[in-house]
Structure formats: structure tokens, C-alpha cells
Write a protein that binds this ligand. Structure first.
Ligand code: RTP
Ligand code: MG
Length: 147
């Protein structure tokens, strides 16, 4: 079953939106295979956002993502990589549709509440960056035959 890495960013945690955001993914039918509240170190931020090094927003992005706790999860379910991105909405909340997380709760591109892997390769890389094998649980929900 497909897995993706999603995290509620420091603004989402500070604003008390962790539960609201996770609830949306749970209600969609995804299984939470792993979860933890954690601080991101400068080193982890640099690896996670390595593709953005050198861009004008990079320093601000690292300062922001290391500024407070994030809530990191591994989600599992059919097409969850692209579906989770769809549910998050466009990177810039000003362009994100109502009904998406960023469209409903976000105002600025630098504080857009949530991260989700953008491809199968990113998902695999990010899951292993944030979680070790023992933290990722393999179980099935009895409801899964319905969704
Ligand atoms: P993310 O990686 O956080 O899930 O977001 P994303 O895929 O939708 O966007 P990405 O292009 O990977 O950018 C990573 C984060 O950098 C910030 N950003 N700021 N000021 C800007 O023009 C700008 N562009 C990107 C955003 O916070 C974005 O989530
Ligand atoms: Mg991205």
C-alpha cells in the first residue's frame, strides 16, 4: 500500500490545527502508520529541503521549520501521495482552493501549515529521514474494506 510523509508545520501546531489537519486525512480513509511530535534540527531541515538550497526563500524556510515543534506522520492508503497533496492545496494559500487545508486556513506562502511528499521518490526519502523502521506500524483498520 502506498505511503507518504506529511507534517503539520510549526504554524499549524502553534495555531492548534494539528487535530483538524490529521482528522481530514483520517476521514479521507488514510491510515496513520507512524506519528510523532518533534523539533527539526538545522541539519535535518537542510537535508529535507535540500532541493531548495540557494533559493531566495531558503534561509527563511529553514528558520521557520526549526522554530517550533512539528507533528510528523506517515500516511498509508491508495494514491495517498497525490491525494494528500490535493487535500493540502496549492503551495501559496492565496491560490489554494477553498476546501483544501491551505485554502481554508492559510494566508501566506511562507506559513502554509502542512507539508506532503511530492512524489514516490520523495515519500520514500522523507519517511526514512524522519522515522526508523520500528516506528512505522503495519496494521489494518477493520473499516478499510469500506473505503
Ligand atoms: P512543502 O514542500 O512544504 O510541502 O511545500 P510545496 O511542495 O507545496 O512547495 P515547495 O516548492 O516544495 O516549497 C517548499 C516550501 O517553501 C516555501 N516557499 N516559499 N516565498 C516563496 O516564493 C516560496 N516558495 C516556496 C513554502 O512554505 C513551501 O511550502
Ligand atoms: Mg515540496
Amino acid at each position: 500500500m502506498e505511503q507518504t510523509f506529511v507534517m503539520v508545520k510549526p504554524d499549524g501546531v502553534q495555531r492548534g490545527l494539528t487535530g483538524e489537519i490529521l482528522t481530514r486525512f483520517e476521514k479521507k480513509g488514510f491510515t496513520i502508520a507512524a506519528a510523532k511530535m518533534m523539533m527539526i534540527t538545522e541539519e535535518l531541515a537542510g537535508t529535507h529541503y535540500g532541493e531548495h538550497k540557494g533559493k531566495p526563500f531558503y534561509e527563511g524556510l529553514v528558520d521557520f521549520i526549526t522554530s517550533g515543534p512539528v507533528f510528523a506522520v506517515v500516511l498509508e492508503g491508495e494514491n495517498c501521495i497525490s491525494e494528500a497533496r490535493k487535500m493540502m492545496g496549492k503551495t501559496n494559500p492565496a491560490e489554494a482552493s477553498p476546501g483544501t487545508i491551505r485554502g481554508d486556513f492559510g494566508l501566506s506562502v511562507s506559513k502554509n501549515l502542512v507539508h506532503g511528499s511530492d512524489s514516490a521518490e520523495s515519500a520514500e526519502r522523507e519517511i526514512s529521514l524522519f522515522f526508523n523502521d520500528a516506528e512505522i506500524l503495519n496494521y489494518s483498520k477493520t473499516v478499510s474494506k469500506w473505503v
